[in-house]
Write a protein that binds this ligand. Structure first.
Ligand SMILES: [Zn+2]
Ligand SMILES: [Zn+2]
Length: 344
């Protein structure tokens, strides 16, 4: 340890005096964790959140803690398993299978009391979704890029279609954002890139394929919701532009289901076992036969190669399978909505 450039960021272990290089998470000499104090604080707040039933907050703290543990250490693996387990619990809450006070509250509101309380409960659920939906608009880069995209699409297709189109994309992206925040994963608000759609960037890694699949498919699920609303507006008003927005939205969400790379469909396929992939392929084939939508052919070719992959999980993911098959079926059916205007 004589000459040579020395990193100014290195420091000495308070426990054994070994020099700890920059970005090391544990002392190479005695294995003391560099961020031990911060880890203690994080685990305290995570445990408290768990006790109070705020699982998404607990997950957010545990994920921050995970980043401070040396990968491949025992603690890292143990915490990763814990995060996976908590993620499963979060999923359970959403399907109303758990005995948490919130889930029971919603169940009783939606079930037994069909009167005023039922309607109020439904409104509360809708309002909480709406709150998430508006969250992204508070970010300047999202709002500005959205306006820019709107302006460009307006000049191409007129303001009505452009507005509906941009809103559909926004709702799709916020579906991802909602799923991410449910799992306590940090991500940026959506950024619009005219002609390419919109993107969010994850600031943390996903810890298992099932999480990846839920987050990936949440976009098309919310996007399908937006397309259905557009169709409802068409039925109510008879204005063709709503039919065009619904149909285009459905097509774009179907396109995003391509089971490849980091596309939503690629993420959705992560958690599916091989036979489940074959099953989705079969649904795609059936819908191609029913609707004649050529895009499905491309999806089928990609799904075929994914189904051959040996690294697919052995454990099947039923929720993932149902979500994927349902999305393919409804979205491709919606691409056959007749549209008579000049709009695409
Ligand atoms: Zn040390
Ligand atoms: Zn997406």
């Amino acid at each position: 340890m004589t000459d040579g450039p020395k990193s100014y960021n290195s420091f000495f272990c308070p426990q054994c005096g070994t020099e700890i290089p920059d970005r090391f998470l544990a002392c190479p000499g005695c294995h003391k964790l560099v961020y031990a104090d911060r880890l203690n604080l994080l685990s305290k707040s995570a445990l408290q959140a768990e006790q109070e039933g705020r699982l998404s907050d607990a997950l957010a703290s545990w994920r921050q803690a995970l980043e401070l543990l040396p990968p491949r250490s025992k603690q890292y693996e143990a915490l990763r398993e814990k995060i996976t387990e908590l993620g499963r619990q979060v999923d359970g809450l959403d399907t109303a299978g758990s005995g948490s006070p919130v889930a029971q509250d919603q169940k009783s509101l939606l079930g037994k009391n069909r009167g005023k309380a039922g309607i109020l409960g439904l409104l509360a659920v809708l309002l909480s979704k709406l709150k998430v939906l508006l969250l992204g608009l508070g970010k300047l880069h999202t709002l500005l890029s959205m306006l820019l995209a709107f302006g460009i699409y307006w000049s191409l297709w007129g303001w009505k279609f452009a507005l509906g189109f941009v809103l559909s994309i926004y709702i799709h992206e916020m579906g991802h954002v909602a799923a991410l925040s449910r799992y306590g994963i940090k991500a940026t608000a959506p950024l619009f890139i005219p002609g390419l759609g919109a993107f969010i960037r994850l600031q943390q890694k996903l810890t298992n394929p099932r999480e990846d699949a839920r987050v990936g498919l949440a976009g098309p699920v919310w996007g399908l919701g937006a397309a259905l609303v557009a169709c409802g507006l068409f039925k109510a008003t008879g204005d063709m532009v709503f039919a065009a927005i619904g149909r285009t939205g459905a097509w774009i969400n179907l396109f995003n289901l391509m089971p490849v790379w980091q596309l939503d469909g690629g993420r959705g396929f992560q958690s599916l076992s091989r036979w489940q992939r074959w099953l989705v392929l079969a649904v795609m084939g059936l819908m191609l036969y029913v609707t004649g939508e050529k895009l499905l052919l491309l999806l089928m070719v990609l799904a075929f190669f994914q189904a051959l992959r040996k690294d697919a999980p052995r454990e099947p993911d039923m929720t993932g399978l149902i979500e994927f098959a349902f999305l393919v079926a409804i979205l491709s059916a919606m691409t056959t909505i007749p549209v008579q205007t000049a709009a695409p």
